[in-house]
Write a new protein. Sequence first.
Length: 450
Amino acid sequence: MPGTCVIGLQWGDEAKGKLVDILTGEHDVVVRYAGGANAGHTVVSGGQTWKLSLIPSGILRDGVQCVVTGGVVLDPASAIREIEMLESRGVSVAGKLQISDRAHVVFPWHIAEDKLLDGSLSGGGAIGTTGRGIGPCYRDKVGRALAIRLGDLYRDDLRLRIEHVAAFKNRLLAAGAPGSEQPVTLDAGVIHEQYLAYAERLRPFVSDTTAYLLDAVEGGGRLLFEGAQGALLDIDHGTFPYVTSSNSSGVGVASGSGVPGRWVERVIGVVKAYSTRVGGGPLPTEQDNAVGLHLRERGREYGTVTGRPRRCGWFDAVAARYTARLSGVDELAVMLLDVLGGLDELKICSAYEIDGRRVTQFPSQIADLERAVPIYETLPGWSGELADVRREADLPAEARGYLGAIADLVGRPVSIVSVGPDREQTILRARPTSRRPPWQASQPSPVAGA
Ligand code: GDP
Ligand code: IMO
Ligand code: MG
């Protein structure tokens, strides 16, 4: 069967872009199916660094189609900037990129609303969004009345639609939030002109990607699904309300792309060898100390999209085990292992203590997660550099021990290890042969009556 998924199992920035680039050669189509220009995926090759937000990371390779599906919220200005950046650096996009006519379009009112509403959570506090209009655009998609899709940009009534929505949005933005700055006023005529120009620029890329992908899988094409964000930012299953507005865990692949889950053969869960998070919300293993500083500086943990410093902490196996199960993960890719070099000892969170109880199930309520005190396993660190290691056998014994502990605690084998940002700085291990997890092999069914 033809599908592979790459899903971030933490709070995003797990180096999904690097992994997708590596796996692209084994696939015919690379598919972005959720999120929008909030994503920032980095690929480093031959001394060059590429940062992609909307266009699949597969675009840097030849002989592959790249598809942005209807599950993505599309900021046309960002997409055009990215296309132009690629073309100016010698990467041809023509004939390689398709964007769904079903994708919902991000408008200036979404960005204004994002800025207006972040900081106004009903329970107090701020999500710390990327300010790219993601939440408001998905809200209008679900609300329907004020939504405009990419296909609508080519209709004769576009101006009327924009005037209709802008009138509503101007009233909303004028109401503002308490203490907010002067409200933004949207000029429907200017926006219409601007979006007509965007539509013309994007016209060669717009298609019915659902039909295309269904034809591709049914014809035996090999699809690579590029997750955006991380499973803990999933709107339904993440650390709500400190999440993004799409299904960023594995559950979003089918709904976002239109390709049924039965076509997915391999699910790779991507983790950093430690934890990071940008924006608000609980991070139980956060290290606001010398360890956190080590991780931030060695890992260059500053946001790809916003430049914000990322919060850093130890690897959280309670969280990763939850998201590995949630996303149907077969195997793990452990990235940025090199960043841990130079720490005397390493810690992995194997359980939480909540109100005096030991808990291994990831809490569904944010209030419980906020009170969770990590219980750690302590492992020895290593001092050498890993940047030049290409074989598992050449890793220090402590690094192999650390990977073994992650596999045991998360409950999935580690098949890929990354020791630097470059494509080449990767160790591929033997892949698991069976999809049936080992702990299920000889157990009776736990379902009553089955
Ligand atoms: P994504 O959003 O999941 O694609 O990840 P980002 O690109 O936002 O962040 C990952 C960062 O780590 C990027 O700057 C990568 O170049 C870098 N990176 C990827 N793999 C490694 C690695 O193994 N070691 C180090 N030190 N950096 C890495
Ligand atoms: P990639 O694909 C890390 C975070 C934001 C904020 C929350 C909601 O590069 O891993 P949003 O703008 O989506 O409404 O913000 O989600 N966030 C990410 N954090 N990596 C990302 O993407 C993210 N996309 C959104 O920082 O906390
Ligand atoms: Mg990123």
